[in-house]
Design a protein around this ligand. Sequence first.
Ligand code: L34
Length: 284
Amino acid sequence: MAKIIDGKAISANVKAQVKEEADKLKAQGISIGLAVVIVGNNPASRVYVNNKKKACAEVGFESFEYALPEETTQDELLALVEKLNGDDKVNGILVQLPLPKHIDENAVINAIRPDKDVDAFHPANVGHIMIGDFSFLPCTPAGVMEMLAQTGIETDGKNCVVIGRSNIVGKPMAMLLLHKNATVTICHSHTKNLKEICSKADILVAAVGKAKFVTPDMVKEGAAVIDVGMNRLENGKLCGDVDYDACFEKAGYITPVPGGVGPMTIAMLMKNTLTSAKIKNNIK
Ligand code: L34
């Protein structure tokens, strides 16, 4: 029977640490600000952005929301990013993805100043991560690593399988596990023998975007099963990429959805914003 990894509790620990440090900075007259940009009316993005603003309030950051209409042009969005790049009150800039189809996401990501890129999506930061010399880690994979660490799940020498190869989760997730001495396999839609590969994983990370994709035959007895999926079922319920109920008996550890990786993503965003402010003010 699996032990549930409580993302809410672990994210609360991370946010408490961030708040403690933010309070120290405040005492020195340094305030910390995060700009959150949302374009269009994606209801899921709205929820996530609201959760980010709420977290800012919890840790004592200022948040500046820019909610732009669906019809916003790429040039208008780039102009806003440019303005935020130069705004001294803004330590971190987050442009919530996905963006409307007429906007080139890469063009927007490339426009964010790397030292304010608290998502760590800019190619300069991606490169730093690849080398292992970084200030920011992408929030979701960093959140997964924090969950593993706080739960006492060893990565050194372990077989880790990541399902999904997105720039936001799959690829950086694999790299962070590699930095912690795991043997890492990345699976994707063209992978042959997916079940066989997954069922050898000590740590299985699902980031596919398909509800209940991971079934018990893909899970090794006692494995840690980390669910990055955030799928909305027709009944409006949230569901991860893992068939949670079916895998519960076989897994050693499992993350729920909601209350698993989602809150961790937000806690790590707070940590990155703090880091950005510390770097700017030469605080170690
Ligand atoms: N730029 N875009 C940018 N940065 C990110 O880090 C994200 N991501 C992903 C989507 N687009 C992004 C997020 O913020 C996914 N994501 C995210 C953040 C928070 C939550 C889920 C996804 C979250 O709060 N999840 C809650 C449930 C929320 C609900 O009720 O819908 C949970 O408990 O899992």
